[in-house]
Design a protein around this ligand. Structure first.
Ligand code: GTP
Ligand code: SPV
Ligand code: MN
Length: 612
């Protein structure tokens, strides 16, 4: 089958030969019934929405209450990223490193040929040209995702700059990354018999594959989130981290925000890496509980950062939307996000109320008396099940957040002053500490551990290492990635951002969170910014430099003195155990581990010994 023999509705003129050849080869393999090149128009969106309502993929929400909003319910087996089925297919296993699943690229190509063969039979194949980052920007990059899922098209339309405008850049010969996705549910079976479509097609066999040398993405079997919206984790993190290593920049799992001090108008830009579902969206939309600071949102999940002309590190948000965790989002915790969801939002796996609205755990104190849960079953508050899946999400344009910065689409990015590393740590890690220098900051980032959340399949709550919040997202050997960070720091020198570690999740012995979090996170951040401005001293300690308690703004803060002190307690014995575990952790990287990090471990041990 060649492109010419496939019934194209509106194939754009002037496609580069390599695009035609690639689309044809994927069509030949997957055998779709039709091919549609997405133009990104509202007409196209409306047509696909109507089609998804008819097929049951979308449930139209109450349009008087939430215009342009839809609910999708996934298959209960397809609710999160599948890290065990995510592969880095580099030629040499050591280039994927011990923290990734490696697969031989030749073997994987054979597997992919097998599963993709005929996988789109009876379906339309959508071709989505997209830009990660503002169109034509110096830090931005292009891609084309082929998918057989209209739900993916609808989400990519929100999450990226998608359609004709991106295609124009590809037609001009700019570099683009190919990404192929199939849900793996053809509508014609092997015997040639047609079968009915279902609201959430997917396949029990899943492969999320990355080829770092040829810079390709192939994803099979899942329609959910980062498994299927290939611009996000697959491109903007796993493939982009490889591009960034080779080209001298950084692709990171970080939010970006601007904080302006109103008294003198001084602007600070901050990026922060937290593991999945650990508060990036909330922090990106921070509403300070202390006066005098204004926060603007630039991004909530991914930052691409490059040294700029004046030698500073500049960050852009490569995405155009938020794919945010719904549960826990409320008028109290994140009013900005909540208000953004008033219109033109796709909700996935949340509860459906009797008046056609949405609900999730934490949205209101008082749950509705009845609703339909994320699996389509009747739900009442006492039924013992969750109304929304813990990894249920909303997809919304970034521009719908009232906190969005007027400069969020500046193609040159914003100059970064501060980098935060955080995780969920019930013990040991203080509310905030400053790294002694860049290399110490890299050590802190490299040793982050965090309790696992529902964002990926696995044991929720289990403590695991999540270096730089990139464990599931680094496209090459993690030790080489640390080396890349060390080199970039040396290049930036005195102009490098300052690095801090934070932990909103420390718990008291009775299990309550010691820190109120959310808007009050502005307090330790204020201290960090005052450090950058050279306005406040710090106290040298085991894990880094701590604030003197008097320097942390606690006006109006609802916390006991005991809890406040506990937040900064550093137990030398517990830290000696941390150091032992770090040594064990580092051992798996063998001779790829940068010597500087071994040196940082020794320095940590020396500080522990001095504190004893
Ligand atoms: P991904 O989109 O998965 O990368 O994650 P994210 O980091 O953007 O996650 P998000 O901001 O949606 O995290 C939400 C979870 O973090 C919810 O369970 C919140 O209740 C919790 N959370 C966010 N901020 C805080 C905080 O300051 N304190 C506490 N205790 N919990 C918080
Ligand atoms: C994450 O898991 O870090 C996310 C959600 O941001 S997903 O896009 O599904 O990866
Ligand atoms: Mn994320």
């Amino acid at each position: 089958m060649s492109l010419a023999t496939i019934n194209l509705d509106a194939a754009p003129a002037g496609l580069p030969e390599e695009v035609v050849a690639w689309v044809s080869s994927v069509a030949e393999l997957t055998q779709p019934e039709a091919i549609h090149f997405c133009d990104g128009s509202t007409e196209e969106r409306d047509r696909l929405n109507a089609q998804m309502i008819a097929s049951g993929t979308f449930i139209e929400l109450n349009q008087a209450k939430r215009p342009g909003c839809y609910l999708a319910r996934s298959n209960p087996s397809d609710v999160a990223r599948v890290e065990a089925r995510t592969f880095i297919c580099s030629e040499h296993p050591e280039d994927a490193g011990p923290t990734n699943n490696w697969a031989d690229p030749d073997d994987m190509r054979l597997t992919l040929q097998r599963v993709f063969a005929g996988s789109m039979r009876g379906r339309t194949m959508y071709v989505i040209p997209f830009s990660m980052g503002p169109l034509g920007g110096p830090i931005s990059k292009l891609g084309i995702e082929i998918t057989d899922s209209p739900y993916v098209v609808a989400n990519m339309r929100i999450m990226t700059r998608m359609g004709d405008a991106a295609l124009e850049h590809i037609k001009n010969g700019e570099y683009w990354v190919p990404a192929v996705h199939s849900v793996g549910y053809p509508l014609i079976d092997d015997a040639g018999e047609p079968r009915e479509d279902i609201p959430w097609p997917c396949n029990d066999e899943k492969y999320i594959c990355h080829f770092p040398e040829t810079r390709e993405i192939w994803s099979y079997g899942s329609g959910y989130g980062g498994n299927a919206l290939l611009g996000k984790k697959c491109y903007a993190l796993r493939i982009a981290s490889v591009l960034a290593r080779d080209e001298g920049w950084l692709a990171e799992h970080m939010l970006i925000l601007r904080i302006t001090r109103q008294s003198d108008g001084r602007r600070f830009h901050l990026t922060a890496a937290f593991p999945s579902a650990c508060g990036k969206t909330n922090l990106a939309m921070l509403r300070p509980t202390i006066p005098g600071w204004k926060v603007e949102t630039i991004g909530d999940d991914i930052a691409w950062m490059r040294p700029g002309p004046a030698g500073r590190l500049h960050a852009i948000n490569p995405e155009a939307g938020f794919f945010g965790v719904a549960p826990g989002t409320s008028e109290e915790t994140n009013p900005t996000a909540l208000h953004a969801l008033d219109h033109d939002t796709i909700f996935t796996n949340v509860g459906l109320t009797d008046d056609g609205d949405v609900w999730w755990e934490g949205l209101t104190d008082e749950p509705p008396a009845h609703l339909i849960d994320w699996q389509g079953h009747d739900w009442t508050p006492d039924c013992g099940r969750k109304a929304a899946h813990p990894n249920s999400r909303f997809t919304v344009r970034a521009s719908q957040a009232e906190s969005i910065s007027p400069d969020w689409e500046d193609p040159a990015g914003v100059p970064v002053d501060v980098i935060l590393f955080g995780g969920r740590r019930a013990h040991n890690v203080p509310l905030i500490s400053e790294s002694y220098d860049w290399n110490h900051g890299v050590f802190v980032g490299a040793t982050v551990s965090s309790e696992q959340t529902a964002a990926a399949e696995g044991t929720v709550g289990a403590l695991r290492r999540d270096p730089f919040a990139m464990l599931p997202f680094c496209g090459y050997n993690m030790a080489d990635y640390w080396g890349h960070w060390l080199r970039l720091g040396a290049q930036l020198g005195a102009k490098a951002p300052r690095i801090f570690q934070v932990n909103w999740f420390r718990k008291a012995d009775d299990g309550h969170f010691l820190w109120p979090g959310f808007g009050d996170n502005s307090r330790p951040i204020e201290w960090a910014l005052r450090r950058v401005a050279g306005e406040v001293e710090a106290v040298d300690a085991i894990s880094g430099r701590l604030p003197a308690l008097d320097d942390l703004n606690t006006d109006g803060l609802d916390i006991t003195d005991a809890d406040l002190e506990h937040l900064f307690e550093l137990d030398p014995d517990a830290w000696a155990t941390e150091a032992d575990l770090t040594e064990e952790y580092f051992a798996q990287f063998a001779d790829r581990l940068p010597a500087e990090l071994q040196g940082q471990l020794t320095a940590l041990r020396n500080r522990i010994a001095a504190a004893r």
